[in-house]
Design a protein around this ligand. Structure first.
Ligand SMILES: CC(C)(COP(=O)(O)OP(=O)(O)OC[C@H]1O[C@@H](n2cnc3c(N)ncnc32)[C@H](O)[C@@H]1OP(=O)(O)O)[C@@H](O)C(=O)NCCC(=O)NCCS
Length: 220
C-alpha cells in the first residue's frame, strides 16, 4: 500500500510547528476536533504540544507525503523531567494566556474545566506510575484522510529506534481511544492499565476508557 505514497519519516523541524499543532487540535478528542470540548485553539495546543515542540524537539517526528504533513509523533525521553518543566515553565504562562484570551468565560470550557477539577479532587485522574520501567512517553496522531496506511506504524518504529539509540529502557503512553488501543496492541505494546475518565460525560453521557500501554526496549 505504501508504494503509492512518497512517505518520508523525518525529525520534527520548527517549520512544522504550526501544522503539528493544527493536527493535534483536529484529533485531540479521540481522533476528532478539540473544539468539541474546548474553544481556544492556542490554549489547547500549548497544553498538548508546547513541552514537546519547544523543549524537546529532537524527540519529535513527522510523516510527510509529497511535502504534506500527514501525521506526527511527539515524544519525551523522560516523562518525569518533561512534567517538571511543564509545571515550572508552562502552566502559569498558559493560565495567564487563557485568562487574557477569555477562555475562562466560555461556557463549554467552564464545564470541561469543572469536570476535570471534580475528577481531580475525587482522585479520578490517578494512574499507577510506570516511569521507572518505561521512562519515555509519546503522543501520535495521523490526519483522518491518511489513517490506515501504515504511517502510524512507520512513525512508531522511527521513534522506538531513536529511543534505543538513546539507551532508553522503555516507553509508555496513555490513550482514550479504542482505535489507539488496537493500534498499540498491534505494535506489540503491552496493556499496563485500564481505567475510565469521566470528564467528557457532558458530551458523551458516559465515561471514556483510558488505556496505558508500555513497551520495554532492548538496548543497541
Ligand atoms: C491510531 C493511529 C495513530 C494509527 O495510525 P495509522 O497510520 O492509522 O495506523 P497504521 O496504518 O500504521 O496501522 C498499523 C497496524 O495497526 C492496525 N491498526 C491501526 N488502527 C487500528 C484499529 N483502529 N483497529 C485495529 N487495528 C488497527 C492496522 O491494521 C495495521 O495492521 P497491519 O500492520 O497488520 O496491517 C491513527 O489512526 C490516529 O491518529 N487515529 C486518531 C487519533 C488516535 O487515536 N491517536 C492515538 C492516541 S495516542
Amino acid at each position: 500500500m505504501l508504494e503509492a505514497f512518497n512517505l518520508v519519516i523525518r525529525k520534527f523541524e520548527n517549520k512544522d510547528r504550526n501544522e503539528v499543532r493544527s493536527i493535534s487540535h483536529d484529533t485531540a478528542f479521540m481522533g476528532r476536533s478539540a473544539g468539541l470540548f474546548f474553544e481556544g485553539k492556542e490554549i489547547i495546543c500549548d497544553a498538548l504540544n508546547l513541552y514537546f515542540t519547544d523543549y524537546e524537539p529532537e524527540s519529535c517526528f513527522v510523516a510527510e507525503i509529497d511535502s504534506v504533513i500527514a501525521g506526527y509523533l511527539i515524544g519525551a525521553k523522560n516523562k518525569i523531567a518533561a512534567e517538571r518543566i511543564f509545571r515550572e515553565k508552562i502552566v502559569f504562562p498558559l493560565f495567564w494566556k487563557a485568562l487574557r484570551s477569555g477562555a475562562f468565560l466560555n461556557k463549554k470550557n467552564l464545564i470541561f474545566i469543572y469536570n476535570c477539577l471534580k475528577a481531580l479532587i475525587n482522585g479520578g485522574l490517578r494512574t499507577p506510575d510506570f516511569t521507572k520501567e518505561y521512562p519515555a512517553t509519546l503522543h501520535i496522531n495521523i490526519k483522518e484522510e491518511f489513517r490506515g496506511k501504515h504511517i502510524g506504524k512507520a512513525l512508531i518504529n522511527a521513534y522506538l529506534d531513536y529511543l534505543k539509540r538513546e539507551n532508553i529502557s522503555g516507553v509508555h503512553l496513555a490513550t482514550l481511544s479504542r482505535a489507539g488501543a488496537d493500534f498499540f496492541s498491534k505494535q506489540s505494546f503491552q496493556l499496563l492499565f485500564e481505567g475510565r475518565r469521566p470528564y467528557f460525560r457532558h458530551i458523551l453521557h458516559k465515561d471514556v476508557p483510558l488505556f496505558i500501554f508500555g513497551k520495554k526496549l532492548a538496548r543497541v
